[in-house]
Design a protein around this ligand. Sequence first.
Ligand code: NOJ
Length: 578
Amino acid sequence: MKRQFLPILLAAFLAASGVQAQPSAKGPEWLSRAIFYQIYPSSFQDSDGNGIGDLPGIISRLDYIQSLGVNALWLNPVYESGWFDGGYDIIDFYRIDPRFGTNSDMVRLIDEAHKRGLRVCLDLVAGHTSDRCRWFVESATADPNSRYSDYYIWPDSISADEREQIRLRHASAHPASDTRGHYVESPYPRARYYMKNYFECQPALNYGYAHPDPSRPWEQAVTAPGPQAVRRELRNIMAFWFDKGIDGFRVDMASSLVKNDPDRSAIRQLWQEMRQWRDSHYPHCALIAEWANPAMSIPAGFDVDFFMHFNRPGYPSLFFDRDTPAGSRSPFEYSYFNRNGRGRIDQFIDNFSECYRLTRDRGYIGLPTANHDFQRLRAGSRNTPDQLRVAMTFLLTMPGIPFVYYGDEIGMRYQLDAPDVEGATDRAGSRTPMQWEPGPTAGFSTCAVDSLYLPVSTDGGLLTVRAQEADPRSLLYYVRHLLRLRRDVPALGNDAGWTLLSDKMRPYPMVYRRSTADDVCIVAVNPSAASVSASIPTLSAPVEAIAQSGKVKYKRGATTDRIVMGPVSAVVYRLSRP
Ligand code: NOJ
């Protein structure tokens, strides 16, 4: 009896003395082993035959997800939405969209995932709502007594340049999905314009201005009642889902909530405040930023932030060739993971080393294989399993937290000609249904082919889970193997050290060391079609190749060792331990 009471008394004492459970400096402990799987819910598994994925569908595939060796999920938005931006235009943050099921289905998903050791993170669209959200509809009426009156930003005048952006948008082929400019002409009595964040249907929530201009009364200070109420609402949304058992949020457009904040000091302060709240009330829940600048977002309070398609050029330099949709805006003609061997890694190494040095004791850099906003790994001339194995070897052995985008484990293609649905534009090619088995709907749905959310194409059944589970040489097998290693080999863990051993100006091969106090791995990747080699300081013990794709040889020397690599190859060596 006495024993059972002791922890309760201790907790009561700590609460009374104001001492909270101390989360580690790196946030929830489980992140040190986390490997994420990202699901775009409309495309993963349909359970009711309407051609659109849903929560019961995801639940039915949890055993598969667990079998991959991942241990956390991030789901793109599942809340009631207007579906003009793939769920990022939310009507009700507290309700699961009927197309996916109910709030009870979400609780069941959380329970079933937890039973399998999988954490569940949702998407927090913090910056905007749908224009059909009740908050916006009430705010638009100009009723000063509405609770939501100041939830949005309502200018009476905007600059000539912003008016021109509106004109260009309206003149474009698809005004509703044109992101130009910051304002929309308001058809409501409230004011002449409202501020938007992305598409016209996504009015920006009012977190205030870092430097409000008194001559523009709609620019409120972050401390004003409206912006403070919006902050409270954001916490309410988080608490609502945390209390249902979710394990964290990926925060959409996390850096842009406060307006006119050039050095981001006001937005950093906002997240520091959220972090303190999280640490006090939900220390086991993760905050993951869509910011793409870990050096800033992690000190601001996030546990994880990504390297990806925007902000720093390092990630684009690895994967985006000029002749692919994401690469058409990239400063690089060829990506590093192009077999022509004309890519570079210095930009990635510079960006990554800096962010890693600044954040490794405080949080994690997330490395996605792709996501719902940019092309999959299998895009352009990177279209063979051996190339994908090399890229996966890199992505799944770097420090930080890997995010496997659904379908990348079987090498699903980015579908260049996918139709634009629900505001996807060219992102549709990364949002096509998961390919489970051969057949016209790839096992995703029992619907007729023309009712599918987006078309599927399985390369005659080869690009399916079913086919790859039957083939030990498949990408799926290799990915499962790498994820098992990541879990079992300490030197490949999220927190283990990382040092580049090769010369960043001689990019092929790239060789790095991963290590803990008593475990060492050497990883080498050669995405190019040429045979290459690199010298590294002689290792103190023999090595064993624990993962390999293509031809590779390790040659020991007196002062330097040599890794000789055939075309398009990768290897993970582990030092034998005494
Ligand atoms: C980023 C999301 O990832 C993207 O899909 C969305 O369109 C924009 N934010 C706007 O919410």
